[in-house]
Design a protein around this ligand. Sequence first.
Ligand code: MRU
Length: 350
Amino acid sequence: MRTVFWEDHQLKMIDQRVLPARFEIASFRDHKAVAQAIQDMTVRGAPAIGAAAAFGLALAGFESASSLTVDLLADLRRAAAVLKSARPTAVNLAWALERVMRVAEKKMEEERSASDLRDAVLNEAQRIADEDVEINKRMGEHGAALIDDGDTVIHHCNTGALATVDWGTALGVIRTAHEQGKRVHVLVDETRPRLQGARLTAWELEQYGIPYDIISDNMSGYFLKSGKAQKVFFGADRVAANGDVANKIGTYMLALAAHDNGVPVYPVVPTSTIDLSIAHGDLIPIEERDPEEVLDIQFQGERVAPIEARARNPAFDVTPNRLVTAIVTENGVIHPPFDVNLRKPESNIS
Ligand code: MRU
């Protein structure tokens, strides 16, 4: 089953807020509800929110009563702005919306009917979703070559089928290596504060029969320094032109500890996550979420923090390119210098 799919004229998505306690499918008929679902993380993970936003635009097309393409296009532009504002860091969101809007604009230039335009928007959203699965499988093949039989891998956040349309990015690499018969053990960073590792990655690894242990985020230094982990894999929400990688908060500290101990660090990213318009990582917008996500935690059944406590909650950090060993994409493994190699025609990044 896909994480994000179109069925019965609705967008359907696995509700990632309630896993692993419950497996529920949420249904959407209007784009504003999709924007809300992206914001509240019913759907999350850069490629998954890109596909969800594209389908959200398709819903906006069907919501619009306009019979003139010019009016329909204006409604779509307004909807795209609403969807884009849901989360700022993952570039896949803007990338998918721009791709669908280009198709809509082309249909208008061709003087096609409003109904043709609506269908074209839905078809493009469906193409984005289908391509995502195929791209992930290709990244899986390229990345699995970096995993040796018997490796223990540290993985941050959730980058599996749930974070994409299906299969996954970094977790897709681990899954491919497992299917190739390599013995891989995963140390799953629990990934405070939303616990995507402990809740979602652990749930996925259970389904795939891949052995794992959950570790709290502050344990990775111990495992890296004591030689108990051989590789670090994670995904990304945006990669700048110089190879700086924005990913889930905590990735930077993990990469630092890996680098200090000579352990290779591999972000696994579709080329749609690489933003050549951003020169370096400090320019990537970092989402700051509700502090309650940090404070909403119990120990032995009791609230941890004093009731009046304040917190900070930046959702992402930037790992500088010097800590990155190589970047796995669907077109192959890209090595440093990233400012040169990401722009090479064979990297196929636009
Ligand atoms: O806040 P989230 O859960 O949407 O953050 C997700 C991540 O940081 C993932 O690592 C990233 O999107 C890559 S997933 C294929």
